[in-house]
Design a protein around this ligand. Structure first.
Ligand code: ADP
Ligand code: MG
Length: 552
């Protein structure tokens, strides 16, 4: 008998236990989950934002107000919520800043979409309108951008300082931003089109406890957390010719246990001599290439250390592979696996290789490198916690300065660009007409969430702030007006030194709109039940009830 004829028997295609939600149910459920993520980070936005204390299952504690750090740490289960967390990660990898903002904007776009869906506007129309609005938003942001170049040290420092506001290292903002600008200037590379590229990975960061934040320094060259292997080696080598070896300078222990029968003492001596000759041979080979410095990725036998010291060759052992690569790039050396194949042309060059005491222990400095783009930072601070905070602050600063230089553009912060977007997108909406107009208007209103939240987190009347800012922006020359969180009044953010890279804003709008649209287009969630059920709070189809297990 045919199915469904007369008896309305549903066709069952899904396995028992599968959970399914459709249409508005699915949409509202997904929106609720995505908004829960935004709500989780909302209170951290801005210089007056609060911190979150994250405790993992092992009891380790992280205190931070960094959006992406928070979202990476918490165990988000709901699939739509996970999509929003991805926005923060994209924002972080593209810009190094603006993660909280991007997530908050995504949450607000979805909140506005929810109201539109309730008035029976189809999600596809909303998604279309949002797409148009996002594209227009990028245009608008470009028109309010301010040019910046590599030589604008003061402006670049302000960009770094804006990224650092609200972090606990705030007291050292001026000093740390200076350091960050110096480091970026050293690694920025000008392309043929006149544009700069900045690879922050070219800046090698070493951390050392002891001293204070003020002892943090930029070294033009490479610093490695190693010392020379033998006290009789000179601490300084001028005009260094550097050999990089990835193979050990010791005799490999045989894998299988070998037994050697030695019958008379002479034979024993021959055996030892042979071993010594091999080891001495290593040093002779290194010497023959003209090297006066050896960095070995593996171990160096005591005897080899002794002969190297006798031959006036400086050596360090067990370097990290990443350090070997950085030294290779900086000095022009080739990393050699077989000592026999090494020749003079494989050696790298540096004006000086030197061991120096930093804090409690020694480090090796390679300065005056062939490639001047090699830079290191030694981060100092009283405790490990302080150093980690400084590292995060410096890292963010390096990223935003780099991004600002690559694009050559910055925008004022403190809600100024969002208010400008809000007003101009609303005007744009009326030129579009049709049902998309409503979505674009909703998009425009969603932009207010940034100044609103900045005010809210500072304990200032948010409605008042948004109204003030809008009327300031409507006046001529008002596009830089943001909120001064100390007075609650509108102020020119260029004069207040609150500047951010343009890309932080464009990327946040772009990826927030993308994820909102992706979530809006889902009208059916089919989830098979996980087996076996997981321990408390994490089991089943996660969060199908709309809640967010594992969220704070
Ligand atoms: P995100 O993760 O989005 O970068 P933050 O907590 O760093 O979040 O806050 C960024 C917001 O704070 C931006 O809108 C930025 O313009 C604003 N902001 C930064 N410094 C100031 C300041 N001194 N006064 C007002 N707003 C500021
Ligand atoms: Mg920030």
């Amino acid at each position: 008998m045919a199915y469904g004829m007369g008896n309305n028997q549903p066709i069952i295609i899904l396995k028992e236990g599968t959970e399914r939600s459709k249409n508005k149910d699915a949409q509202f459920n997904n929106i609720a989950a995505a908004r829960a993520v935004a709500d989780a980070v909302r209170s951290t936005l801005g210089p007056k934002g609060m911190d979150k204390m994250l405790v993992d299952s092992l009891g380790d504690v992280v205190i931070t107000n960094d959006g992406v750090t928070i979202l990476k740490e918490i165990d988000v289960q709901h699939p739509a919520a996970k999509m929003v967390v991805e926005v923060a990660k994209t924002q972080d990898s593209e810009c190094g800043d603006g993660t909280t903002s991007s997530v908050i904007i995504a949450g607000e776009l979805l909140k506005k979409a929810e109201s539109l869906i309730e008035t029976n506007i189809h999600p596809t129309i909303i998604a279309n309108g949002y797409k148009m609005a996002a594209a227009e938003a990028i245009n608008i942001l470009n028109t309010i951008a301010i040019p910046v170049s590599l030589s604008d040290t003061e402006m670049l420092k302000k960009v770094a300082q804006t990224a650092m506001t609200g972090k606990s290292v705030g007291g050292q903002k001026d000093f740390l931003s200076e350091i960050a600008v110096k480091a970026i200037k050293a690694v920025a590379e000008k392309g043929e089109d006149g544009k700069y590229t900045v690879d922050v990975d070219n800046i090698k960061v070493e951390k050392r406890t002891g001293g204070s934040i003020a002892d943090t320094e930029v070294i033009e060259g490479i610093v490695i957390d190693k010392e020379r292997v033998h006290p009789r080696m000179a601490k300084q080598v001028k005009n260094a010719k550097i050999a990089l070896l990835s193979a050990p300078l010791e005799i490999k222990k045989t894998e299988v246990e070998a037994k050697i029968q030695i019958r008379d003492p002479a034979q024993m001596q021959r055996f030892l001599d042979e071993e010594e000759n091999t080891l001495k041979g290593y040093v002779d080979k290194i010497k023959a290439t003209g090297a006066n410095v050896v960095f070995c990725q593996k171990g160096i036998d005591d005897l080899v250390q002794h002969y190297l010291a006798k031959a006036d060759i400086f050596a360090s052992r067990r370097l990290k592979e990443s350090d070997m690569e950085k030294i290779a790039r900086a000095t022009g050396a080739n990393i050699i696996g077989k000592l026999n194949e090494m020749s003079e042309k494989d050696l790298g060059k540096a004006a000086m290789v030197e061991e120096k005491k930093i804090g409690e222990a020694d480090m090796v400095f390679i300065t005056g490198c062939k490639n001047p783009k090699a830079v290191s930072l030694i981060i100092r601070g009283g405790t490990e916690h302080v150093i980690d905070e400084v590292e995060r602050a410096i890292h963010d600063s390096l990223r935003v300065i780099g991004v600002a230089i690559e694009d050559g553009k910055v925008v004022p912060g403190a809600g100024a660009p969002e208010i400008e977007l809000s007003l101009r997108l609303a005007a744009f909406a009326s030129t579009i007409g049709g049902r998309e107009q409503l979505a674009i208007e909703a998009f425009a209103q969603a932009m207010d969430v940034i100044p609103w939240t900045l005010a809210e987190n500072a304990g200032i009347d948010a409605i008042d702030v948004v109204i003030q800012l809008k009327s300031a922006h409507e006046k001529k020359g008002g596009k830089n007006m943001g909120i001064d969180l100390d007075t609650g009044k509108a102020a020119d953010m260029v004069k207040m030194n609150v500047l951010e890279p343009l890309r932080v804003k464009t990327q946040a709008v772009k990826s927030a709109a993308e994820v909102a649209n992706m979530i809006l287009r889902i009208d059916d969630v089919i989830a098979s039940r996980k087996a076996p059920p997981m321990p408390q709070g994490a089991g089943g189809m996660p969060g199908m009830g709309g809640g967010m297990p594992g969220m704070m």
